[in-house]
Design a protein around this ligand. Structure first.
Ligand code: PLP
Length: 396
């Protein structure tokens, strides 16, 4: 277990201690390098290669043609909140009041930031499994909290161990941040472990912030919604979005669902900082919920084929590679090359023009791994595997 302390580098007297407390994203740094090289196959950025399904784009275009260009209610359009409430009821049997327990946000990114700012006081600890999505520790630090990283590993399928979690709980702990299916590992936490974590959260009176942005992207396993576990709806902030499942990353739309007093606190911050999520994106989200299911399922089936291709390709090259059960990332163990994650990623980009993300961008326990996003076309994946194979044979 490690507690992340604010970064001390890059100090500047004009910049706030809060901004100085976070390091630049390890992903961004890498992509600046990528931009300077031609003919790169990118397995780097975590976003679908699909464009948003036509019916969703068309709904937004039509709304613009009709002049729907004003602000909406701060908490989001009533039609969208109603549709979302129905969706959560159908998927998980959870009832959320659309007027007081749902908030439409600028992606899960905003929901995460609001959740932290609404919950965390100075020095409060937030527990999370690592490696994890780059924004998790940063969002805690920006709220003057302390991220506490609980390492997971390949041998345990990158699943957060409830016993480890429990042993890391101190009187300063306020919340558990859970993110399954997981970025960067593709792990999905089995229901049994979630029940144990839920039990610990109840006994220690902790809030669970659950990032379920990849909930629809699961392969042969079931996603369990944290809030649907017995007694958890009242202490869970469920964060979900449209970016990944409906190929809508650029629309910037997501939501938070949770207890009335927490949503109301998050809404206050949202009112002053954001006002409302983009209007046309809200219209598009309504169409996605009403009529996006078939396209989403086709994309997921395609990701599954690509997942099988990349995992078997990486294993054939000689890497040990955990079989991801969700999201769209493979997280191979690159230790056979003897290179660090960062050097591997840099050399692979320079020598073979394949972009992957060093595992260390997701926490120190990502050392020895790289993240490969397989939401890219099959021919590109096949060519990337040929190049990686050549790279490895030159570095063994
Ligand atoms: N949560 C996770 C785990 C992610 O991987 C991402 C994006 O990569 C986000 C949240 C951000 O999602 P959004 O586009 O809804 O802000």
């Amino acid at each position: 277990m490690t507690t992340i302390k604010p970064a001390t580098s890059e100090r500047n007297t004009f910049v706030s201690q809060r901004a100085n407390s976070i390091a630049p994203s390890g992903i961004r740094k890498f992509f600046d390098l990528l931009a300077s090289i031609d003919d790169v196959i990118s397995l780097g950025v975590g976003e679908p290669d699909y464009t948003t399904p036509w019916n969703i784009r068309e709904a937004a275009i039509y709304s613009l043609e009709r002049g729907r260009t004003m602000y909406t209610s701060n908490i989001g359009m009533p039609e969208l909140r109603k549709e979302l409430s129905l969706h959560l009821e159908q998927c998980y049997g959870l009832h959320y009041n659309p007027d007081s327990e749902l908030l439409i946000t600028v992606g899960v990114s905003e929901a995460l930031d609001l959740a932290m700012r609404a919950i965390i006081n100075q020095g409060d600890q937030v527990l999370m499994g690592a490696p994890c999505y780059v924004a998790y520790p940063a969002s805690v630090l920006l709220s003057s909290g302390e991220p506490v990283m609980i390492p997971t590993n390949e041998a345990n399928c990158f699943e957060l161990d409830p016993m480890h979690l429990e042993s890391a709980i101190t009187p300063s702990c306020k919340a558990i941040l859970s993110g399954y299916p997981a970025n960067p590992t593709g792990a999905v936490l089995p229901r049994k472990k979630m029940l144990q974590i839920a039990d610990a959260a109840r006994r220690h009176n902790l809030i669970v912030m659950s990032d379920e942005i990849y909930s629809n992207l699961v392969y042969g396993v079931e996603h369990t919604c944290f809030a649907s576990l017995p007694g958890m709806q009242e202490r869970t902030i469920l964060m979900g979005g449209f970016s990944k499942a409906y190929a809508m990353t650029g629309w910037r739309i997501g939501y938070a669902a949770g207890p009335r007093e927490i949503i109301s606190a998050m809404t206050k911050i949202h009112q002053y900082t954001i006002m409302c999520a983009p209007t046309m994106a809200q219209v598009a989200a309504i169409e996605a919920l009403r009529n996006g299911n078939n396209s989403m399922k086709e994309m997921v089936a395609d990701y599954n084929r690509r997942r099988q291709l990349i995992v078997s390709g990486l294993r054939n090259i000689g890497f040990s590679c955990f079989e991801p059960k969700g999201a769209f990332y493979a997280f191979p163990n690159i230790s056979i090359t003897g290179l660090s994650s960062e050097i591997f990623a840099e050399k692979l980009l320079q020598e073979e023009r394949v972009a992957v993300v060093p595992g260390t961008a997701f926490g120190q326990c990502g050392e020895g791994y790289v993240r490969c996003c397989y939401a890219t076309s099959v021919p590109e994946l096949e060519e990337a595997l040929v190049r990686i194979k050549r790279f490895v044979s030159n570095h063994r």
